[in-house]
Design a protein around this ligand. Structure first.
Ligand SMILES: *Cc1c(COP(=O)(O)O)cnc(C)c1O
Length: 384
């Protein structure tokens, strides 16, 4: 039943060899930048490529500032701290996300609360957020507290699953009403737009990842983006060991982190950012072809970008009929050397987080049993 999908994918990538889910793509430009960083001897925590990369990211996104970090998880941890999340707080997020979203909350000694996603975006559902807050929260002195735990709910973290934008204006309105900060986990959605505005630029702070599996990569890397200069300055300070500028003295004015992006990685990041639009176009081509393919298939429905959105289609997804459909598809494709994967297990089901408070997670559960991710790498462009 799945042979035609397998041939479609092999044909798209013009290969009979193993096809991974998502591979990085490098060419001569990447090598040139990397060699230049090595030759300069500035391979570590400072160098021109870090500054250039931060300017490149902020210009691309149309946001005031970007601060490069060692990875996306570290960026998220620090962004949450800057959003005011402190020990003992609670932070609302979705159960259908990569583990880093919840871990970054826990690193701040805060606890996640899981609220459902919707089926149109695969991301945090504004109605579920609104319901949760109405039923469980109360305002006191301009802050929002959980009526059950007594703890302050200080932030909400929507995540743009596979690059598909969440309903950010509704989420922002609700957060504003309750005086809760919005930190966007845009790790998967670099280049995705909602009403012509980039993902990552809707919240007070947004977070990007440049890990090896993302749309562009520098091996490992991340960024915090914001329109707020003082938050950006604090992000830079905290991620660079909180060192006070001085020509020779070592003075640190708080407990910071060594979360800098090395210049070596930043060199590669600059080369890759230059090709983002090429990758985006190729991924859109592939998504359109998958869409065509699935338009005549009964057994699976291709997941389309939500309305008013332009997704980066980082990872393509098909929604199968049921768990059995999902598992037979996974088996047939992987056995044929075409890598496919189910979506993450719900974070709220994992041992570390299973006792956290949660809303009704029916959409997340429904999707969890049905989503299969399909190969989504950009094709190789030998010319670079
Ligand atoms: C990739 C990813 C991150 C951060 O990843 P790093 O590997 O630390 O760069 C965070 N959240 C989500 C949803 C991700 O997919």
């Amino acid at each position: 039943m799945y042979n035609d999908l397998i041939s479609f994918i092999k044909n798209w990538y013009k290969t009979d060899e193993y096809i991974p889910l998502h591979e990085p793509r490098f060419d001569e430009t990447d090598k040139k930048y990397l060699l230049d960083a090595v030759d300069s001897t500035f391979v570590s925590s400072v160098g021109k490529y870090v500054d250039q990369f931060e300017r490149g990211v902020s210009t691309y996104l149309g946001v005031k500032r970007a601060v490069a970090t060692v990875n996306g998880t570290a960026a998220l941890q620090v962004a949450l701290r800057l959003a005011g999340v402190k020990k003992g707080d609670e932070v609302i997020t979705q159960p259908l996300t990569f583990i880093a979203t919840a871990n970054a909350i826990a690193y701040n000694r805060a606890t996640p609360i899981f609220v459902d996603v919707n089926r149109e975006t695969l991301g945090l559902c504004p109605d579920a957020l609104d319901n949760f807050l109405r039923n469980n929260a109360q305002e006191r002195g301009g802050k929002t507290f959980n009526k059950i735990s007594g703890k302050q709910i200080s932030a909400v973290v929507p995540m743009h699953t596979f690059g598909h934008p969440c309903k950010m204006s509704q989420i922002k309105n609700i957060a504003q009403k309750w005086n809760i900060s919005v930190v966007e986990d845009a790790a998967e959605s670099l280049g995705s737009k909602l009403s012509d505005k980039h993902c990552g630029t809707y919240g007070e702070l947004g977070v990007l990842s440049f890990n090896g599996n993302k749309i562009v990569t520098c091996g490992g890397g991340g960024a915090i983006v914001t329109n707020n200069d003082s938050l950006a300055d604090m992000a830079k300070h905290l991620t660079t060991t909180a060192k006070v500028a001085h020509p020779w003295e070592y003075v640190h004015d708080e407990i910071g982190y060594n979360y800098r992006m090395p210049n070596l990685n930043a060199a590669l990041a600059n080369a890759q950012i230059g090709k983002l639009d090429v990758f985006l176009a190729d991924k859109r081509d592939l998504a359109n072809s998958y869409k065509d393919f699935f338009s005549t298939r009964e057994w699976g429905e291709f997941f389309n970008e939500p309305s008013q959105c332009r997704s980066n289609y980082w990872l393509n997804a098909v929604i199968t009929k049921d768990r059995y459909g999902r598992d037979t598809l996974l088996k047939a494709t992987n056995n044929a050397g075409v890598m496919t994967r189910p979506v993450w297990q719900l974070i709220s089901d994992l041992d570390m987080y299973k006792n956290c408070q949660k809303g009704d997670l029916k959409n997340a559960r429904w999707l969890q049993e049905r989503i299969v991710n399909l190969p989504s790498s950009a094709r190789i462009n030998e010319q670079g």
